[in-house]
Design a protein around this ligand. Sequence first.
Ligand code: AMP
Length: 280
Amino acid sequence: MDIFHEIKPLKAFLREKNKADARVGLVPTMGALHAGHLSLIEIAKDQGCLTVCSIFVNPAQFNNPEDLKKYPRTLEADVALLEKAGCDVLFFPSVEEMYATKNVITFDFGHLDKTMEGEFRLGHFSGVALVVSKLFHIVHPAHAFFGQKDWQQFTIIKQLVKDLNFDLQLHAVPTLREEDGLAMSSRNQRLNTEQRKKALIFYKTLLEAQQQLHAGKTMSDIEKSAKRNIEQDPECKLEYLRLAHRENLTALSNVEESDTAVLCIAGFIGDVRLIDNILL
Ligand code: AMP
């Protein structure tokens, strides 16, 4: 695997590869890689891509400095996993390399970035859009791979690609889960054994909510009872449980309103913030 820390040599390398008609596939990550990330690499490889994985803990998308500080960083293990997965290129820039000049641009995605994560993480999606735009300009991928686990992020990136005419194909990859159903996440590493058990409550809540929706209950009742149930444990907190239209993310109150809906959840176990969703 070729490893680049700087933009210029990476661009020169990819320019040569593109002359030889490589299909460049980009998998942007923040590292602390797990099998979910590797499934994105695998799919990029299956598509015949020259696979570029970026690892960059992007300060612009963190609204909470403590969360940024505590975000797991496991470069050595990440490199070994990427090598084993057959990743072709790792781009691992420093903050100074990615933000050589202080950015002034902000992004506004209308309703898409005001709901759910946008309500609780102000400026988060502007930071995501900024770094993803930078990566698209640096790597010029023909394909880019993102996880369904971050459904709202995927929706916003789809809009970014449309609005800015990025010439690439986006792929949404299904969420990989642990055996018990917990969505794989780099943040799971920060949970202790007890918290790890408690973290399953979010996926369980999604499945229960799905059943209740099909039984005719409305979202406001479901959200209220989920909050009561989750917050019985003082270490657990529900931020939101929402049903939304998959494409435009408008809030829905029941399943009859749309046949393409996504049920999203976010909350805390201790100081670890977790998100999950299921497509209905
Ligand atoms: P992150 O490093 O958390 O920013 O994630 C990098 C990419 O991996 C994003 O597109 C995520 O949606 C995706 N991803 C994270 N967790 C999973 C998972 N459990 N299954 C599939 N994709 C995932």
